[in-house]
Design a protein around this ligand. Sequence first.
Ligand SMILES: [Fe+2]
Length: 295
Amino acid sequence: MLQEASSKHGLAAGEQCTPQNPDWTIDQGWANYTAQEHAVWKTLFERQTKLLPSLACDEFLDGMAKLPIGAEGIPDFRRLSDVLRKHTGWEVVAVPGLVPDEVFFDHLANRRFPSGNFIRKPHELDYLEEPDVFHDVFGHVPMLMNPVMADYIQAYGQAGLRAQCLGKLPQLARVYWYTVEFGLVEQANGLRIYGAGIASSFTESKFSVQDLSPNRLGFNLERVMRTHYRIDDFQESYFVVKNIAELLELASIDFGPVYARLDSGPEYQPGDVLPADRVLHRGTGKYHLDRRQGG
Ligand SMILES: [Fe+2]
C-alpha cells in the first residue's frame, strides 16, 4: 500500500538499515517459515475465501483459481512466479517490508511485484501497520494474472518514476490507491472488488460492497487525482470502473497534460460527493460519523 504524502511506500521497513541488494530484494526464506506462521496464513486464507466468491470480481477469482495459492500455507514465491510468468510475464520478489518509492516503481516497471516476506501475528489478524505477505500475495497477485491489470500496474511503475521527478507523486498515488488497492468494478451480478487492499481485508471486503455508509462513485481520473484518501480506516468513498478493461486506457495515458490541469482547481476530501459525480450509491456516512463522535 501507499501512504499519502510520504516519500516512501508507507513507513519504510528497515529505514535504518542498509538493504542487502540495491533493489532491496531478499530471499523469501520459504523454508524458514514456522508452523505458526503457516497457520496464520491458513486462518486468513480460509475466512477470506469463504467471503470472496460473492464479493470479488470474476478476474480476481479466476486468477486465484489458476495460482498455487491455497490454505496449506504461505506460498513459495518461486512457484507463484513460474505460473505468473507464463500468463503475464510478472514475477513476485521478496522484500523486507515497504521500500523507497523509486525502488518500488522500478520493480513494477519491470513486471516484478515486491512482496513483504513476513506475516502478521496471530493476535493482529485485522490490524496491519504495513502490508505483509497475505496482503501482497493474496490481495495483489490474482489480479496480476489478468493481462489488463498486468499492463496497468507496469504502466503505473513507469508513471511513478516520472511523477517523482515532476513532484506529482501524491496525485498519482491517489490513482493507485483508488484502483489497485481500493477499486470496485461493475459486473453483471453487482459491484465487485478488484482492489487488493479490500480483497485481503475481512472487514473491509464486506464494508466496501455491502455497507450503506460509504459512497460508491464512478471512476474519473482527474476527480480521483484531486481526492485525498484515508490510510487509517475504511475508505469513505470507493471509485467504481465499468469494467476492468477501463484500466487499459489508464495504462497508456500521457499524464503530462493532466498534471498541468491539476496545478489549479480544487482538492476534495475523502467523503465528498460532487454534482458531476456518477453516483452509484450515496453513502449515509454513518460509519465515519460514529467514529468521529467516538461511537
Ligand atoms: Fe498493496
